[in-house]
Design a protein around this ligand. Structure first.
Ligand code: 5AD
Ligand code: FES
Length: 355
């Protein structure tokens, strides 16, 4: 067996490698290594989740953002971005529509928009939770204070997604302006965990300046942090950003990393992301086969979808939510899995063939 294959084999038994070994895995990518990792990842995924795929209704509630991340299309310096925000009543009616389509998790995602004060967001969260007590509410609204996260948790928010973007501080500084700090990002993730949220981190694959050693730090971070969710997708340039002419990440490397993450922490909830579906028409199916078990169809009103462009050529911007659900459900079925209506919480134990 090659070095890389034997490291993958050891990872699937020990769930841990050194950072140097992770780097060997990343630099040693070959299609053969990826398919070996995918077969081990699929079988461990099956032990925890059978053939189930969970869906999350994604609501892109605002594209106003006070930050200026170099990679992101809704960064505040992008004057060509046409800004919008959904009102509390639009968000609540979007959730009710999603409930009717079978969604039991709503993800409220947006830029860091000061309009959504704690009072405004808490009242949206508690309205959704009181109307749909069987649903989970996930927030993905960026960096906030401990007090703010705690208030939102008390209002009923169950989960919080905040991608760490890169676990290497020097790399973080190349992707963000100096007003943003790696330390604060990590502080947020730790606060969220200590408050009691199910926490999601994640990173982009193939972002500018990323090295195999940076990706090895991401894998080591996931091994030690053990996030409930982990969102990874390829970096895709957006024309109106400083990284507009950088090259994009690859679907193959993204899928390989999905498999490695599944092997590192088998229960993790791993989405097959829209970005993966954007760079490859069968990207989401490939992601599921590599070990992903979550999809996040878009529930935002069609009128605003085109405006939430983090990167160029994003898919599903013209479809109604119901079209996305039926499209995804048939894609998932063709890939050999089953889309289920469930809150889709993390399962910390194996199911012993019960699903
Ligand atoms: N390409 C891919 N992913 C991106 N994101 C932001 N901009 C891009 C881009 N150009 C991701 C970031 C962010 C998430 C909401 O979207 O990882 O955390
Ligand atoms: Fe939206 Fe296919 S998932 S159209």
């Amino acid at each position: 067996m090659s070095d890389v294959l034997s490291l993958i084999d050891r990872l699937s038994r020990d769930r841990s490698l050194t950072e140097e070994e992770y780097e060997v895995l990343v630099s040693g990518y070959t299609p053969e290594a990826a398919s070996f990792a995918a077969s081990l990842a699929s079988s461990v995924r099956r032990e925890y989740y059978g053939d189930e795929v969970f869906m999350r209704g994604l609501m892109e509630i605002s594209n106003y953002c006070r930050n200026d991340c170099f990679y992101c299309g809704i960064r505040r310096s992008n004057r060509s971005c046409s800004r919008y925000r959904l009102t509390p009543s639009e968000i609540i009616s979007c959730a009710s529509k999603g409930y009717g389509l079978g969604f039991r998790t709503f993800v409220l995602q947006g830029g860091e928009d000061p309009y959504y004060t704690d009072d405004v967001l808490c009242s949206i969260v508690s309205s959704i939770k009181s109307m749909h007590p069987d649903c989970a509410v996930t927030l993905s609204m960026g960096e906030r204070s401990y007090e703010s996260y705690a208030a939102l948790f008390s209002a009923g928010a169950d989960r919080y997604l905040l991608r760490h973007e890169t676990a290497s501080a020097p790399h973080y500084a190349k992707l963000h302006p100096s007003s943003m700090s790696f330390e604060n990002r990590m502080r947020c993730l730790k606060d969220l965990r200590s408050i009691g949220y199910q926490v999601g981190c994640g990173f982009m694959v193939g972002s500018p300046y990323q090295t195999p050693s940076d990706l090895a730090s991401d894998l080591k971070f996931i091994e030690t942090f053990r996030p409930d969710m982990c969102g990874i997708g390829p970096f895709i340039p957006h024309k109106d950003t400083p990284f507009g002419s950088e090259s994009r990440g690859s679907a193959e490397m993204t899928c390989y990393l999905l498999s490695l993450i599944r092997l590192i922490f088998p229960p993790v909830l791993l989405p097959a992301t829209t970005a993966l579906g954007t760079i490859d028409p069968l990207g989401r199916e490939k992601g599921l086969k590599a070990g992903a078990n979550v999809v996040m169809p878009n529930l935002s009103p069609v009128e605003v979808r085109e405006k939430y462009t983090l990167y160029d050529n994003k898919i599903c911007t013209g479809e109604e939510a119901s079209e996305c659900v039926s499209c995804l459900s048939s894609r998932i079925k063709n890939a050999g899995y089953r889309l289920v209506t469930d809150r889709g919480d993390i399962r910390k134990e194996k199911i012993n063939g019960k699903v």
